[in-house]
Design a protein around this ligand. Structure first.
Ligand code: CUA
Length: 452
């Protein structure tokens, strides 16, 4: 008699474990910060609602079907001395119709909210939405705010452009225009939206309205495999109050805080015309600095930051306010040495204007006429960002220096060349016989950090 109870007890135990584990799995997912289970936008709440009704009603169907199956297995299992069989129902019209109609009703039940959610989330964004262009690059994010422009020193109107850090005002719908300059990437901030691909020669759209009760930061990811550093293509999204956003964007509309160069006295103007070289007018300080080893002396002629950062109000999300899980903790390669000398921002600016390190070939710093490269991230306000290398490392002097020295060891496959003197370039397989010394790197880092 005893052994007859065992299967039933086993079945009951299995069912109990399954039922207990399911909420635990769901609960475990909600513990992680990069989670869709804490929707923070209208779009994500719609999707979350759909997910929840499907998962719960699906679970009910699962439990009912499994219970009937387990009951049948136990009740009609082969027993010694019996030949009892369940009733055979093949050809039973009533049952056939019943189990056709029930799934059809279930599908209708699923389709109505699904189609409604698709129509709502795929509709055009409201016309007063904040517009943000997202451009995917191997392996970093360009964010452009076409409704906001700054007049560059040459008089040209430039769209506000930043990289790897997205600022959004809460309560305002934001409409993303998603593009790629190379391969397919995919944009995802789990708490804010579903994923959407960025495709070359094709524009995708995505909108949502951030509703977080407090200003906070979220991790964003590339979620379409796009090459060697796909996993290192991250970004931060800062959802801030409308006032904070206005402060940030108006600061983004200004040129680089560390002005280049000091207002030139009239005699220096002659030096500009004689400097030649670059197409853009070369400021006097650069012309003076073109002499050998002149950097140290000309540094004193450069202007300090034109506006004290503290007076500009809210500029960037304070690092202390960043949740722990948004602070990058990527270990740095142990085989890049750096002596960490004292850096001078004026000398660093000088080096860049002279084309040292070839930074100007790829990067723009608005307000610095020699820095107009378009390939790499815009560095106009790089000093105010919290991370570098597409969210991979914290933006501090040491990480920035290591990055400039040997980016390719810091982030596999990166386009940024190896710039440190005598550094081994893992992509070229050669040691750089020309490049920047630790002192020069420290100076450039000091300059970049001054670009708040
Ligand atoms: Cu970009 Cu994966």
């Amino acid at each position: 008699m005893h052994h007859q109870f065992r299967p039933r007890r086993l079945a009951r135990a299995a069912l109990t474990v399954a039922l207990a584990a399911f909420p635990l799995v769901i609960a475990a997912c909600t513990q992680y910060p990069n989670s869709v289970f804490h929707p923070r936008t209208d779009t994500n709440r719609d999707i979350g609602f759909l997910f929840e009704i499907l998962i719960w009603f699906g679970s009910i169907v699962f439990v009912v079907v499994e219970a009937i199956l387990i009951y049948t297995l136990v009740r009609f299992r082969r027993r010694a001395g019996t030949t009892r069989q369940p009733e055979h129902v093949h050809g039973n019209t009533t049952l056939e119709i019943t189990w056709t109609i029930i799934p059809a009703l279930i599908l209708v039940f699923i389709a109505i909210p699904t189609v409604r959610t698709i129509f709502r989330t795929q509709a055009r964004a409201r016309s007063d939405a904040l517009q943000v262009e997202v451009i995917g690059h191997q392996w970093w994010w360009e964010f452009r705010y076409p409704q906001f422009t700054m007049r560059s020193p040459t008089g040209k109107l430039d769209t506000v452009v930043t990289a790897n850090e997205l600022y959004l005002p809460k309560g305002r719908t934001v409409n993303f225009t998603l593009k790629s300059v190379d391969v397919i990437h995919s944009f995802w901030v789990p708490a804010l939206s579903g994923k959407r691909d960025l495709i070359a020669n094709h524009t995708n759209y995505l909108w949502f309205t951030p509703d977080s009760a407090m200003s906070t930061a979220y991790n964003g990811f590339c979620v379409e495999y796009c090459g060697a550093s796909h996993a290192n293509m991250r970004f931060r999204t800062f959802v801030v109050t409308p006032d904070e956003f206005a402060g940030w964007i108006s600061h983004q509309e200004t040129p680089a805080a560390f002005a280049m160069p000091a207002p030139a006295p009239p005699p220096a103007a002659a030096a500009v015309s004689s400097a030649g070289g670059a197409g853009a007018p070369v400021p006097a300080a650069a012309a003076a600095g073109s002499g050998v080893a002149a950097a140290a002396t000309t540094a004193t002629t450069l202007a300090p930051p034109t506006q004290p950062i503290a007076q500009a109000g809210f500029i960037a999300f304070a690092r202390e306010r960043m949740p722990e899980y948004t602070v990058p903790k990527t270990p740095t390669p142990s085989d890049i040495s750096y002596t960490d000398p004292y850096g001078d921002a004026g000398r660093g600016a000088e080096l860049l204007m002279k084309g040292q390190g070839a930074c100007l070939g790829c990067h723009t710093i608005r307000g610095n006429p020699s820095m107009i490269g378009q390939i790499g991230p815009n560095l106009t306000h790089v000093g105010s960002r919290t991370t570098i290398a597409a969210g991979l490392y914290p933006n501090d002097a040491r990480h920035l220096a290591l990055w400039i020295k040997n980016a390719r060891k810091m982030k596999p496959g990166v386009l940024m060349p190896t710039i440190g003197l005598n550094e081994y370039d893992p992509q070229l397989g050669t040691t750089m016989k020309a490049g920047l010394t630790d002192q020069q790197i420290a100076d450039i880092v000091a300059y970049l950090q001054a670009l708040k």
